[in-house]
Design a protein around this ligand. Structure first.
Ligand code: ZN
Length: 203
């Protein structure tokens, strides 16, 4: 199982971190060990002093493929949820400055949290999706698929030009504006529309 992540897929978020708006999807990966298993506590990692949440829609791949055309891409995923691409922002800033890879900031154990899956039927594929993240019961991030620079089909097609997609792979599709810090004791709740799909407390 592989976990793909898209960076800078919302203009307002790219700008809040001082990044350019990309002309093709920015892709990075997390290993299987990054997936926070259900009902497992999330612990604040000891190597960072600036842990950030990034709430993102996550797709579940249901069909093996390579060189997938955009117009066929919606056959390759059948589930969506909301997840958190946890980021050690202090380490990422350091690595970016030096032009080094991001794995130590992004791909560590349990850095990919996901909620309960919503199964998608073919008629759901064209629907826009609204999602949000609440921290300690306050709205901190709100996203909408219409604001994505690269939609689900473009992302799947692009990734598949470089990597085979396999059943069970996950794609974090990028975070909207409003990323920020979380500390021990913070409660993070992720919603798609009105459905709460995860509820996680930083330990
Ligand atoms: Zn992210």
């Amino acid at each position: 199982m592989k976990i793909f992540c898209v960076g800078r897929n919302y203009v307002a978020h790219a700008k809040e971190l001082g990044n350019d708006v990309p002309d093709e999807p920015v892709i990075f990966m997390k290993p299987k060990s990054a997936l926070l298993q259900a009902n497992t506590p999330f612990y604040y990692p000891e190597f960072t002093n600036e842990l950030h949440y990034e709430a993102e829609l996550v797709l579940r791949i249901c069909k093996n493929g390579k060189y997938i055309q955009e117009r066929h891409a919606n056959k390759y995923y059948n589930g969506v949820t909301i997840g958190i691409d946890f980021t050690a922002r202090d380490i990422q800033d350091e690595l970016k400055k030096k032009g080094l890879p991001w794995e130590k900031a992004k791909a560590w154990d349990n850095s990919a949290a996901i909620g309960k899956w919503i199964d998608l039927k073919p008629e759901d594929m064209k629907k826009e999706i609204r999602f949000s993240l609440h921290k300690n019961k306050e709205l901190v991030q709100e996203g909408h698929t219409s604001l994505m620079l690269f939609n689900f089909d473009k992302i799947i097609s692009h990734i598949s030009n470089y990597f085979s997609l396999n059943i069970g792979d996950l794609i974090f599709t990028g975070t909207p504006a409003g990323v920020g810090e979380c500390v021990v004791g913070d409660e993070l709740e992720g919603f798609i529309e009105k459905d709460k799909l995860f509820d996680l407390t930083v330990k």
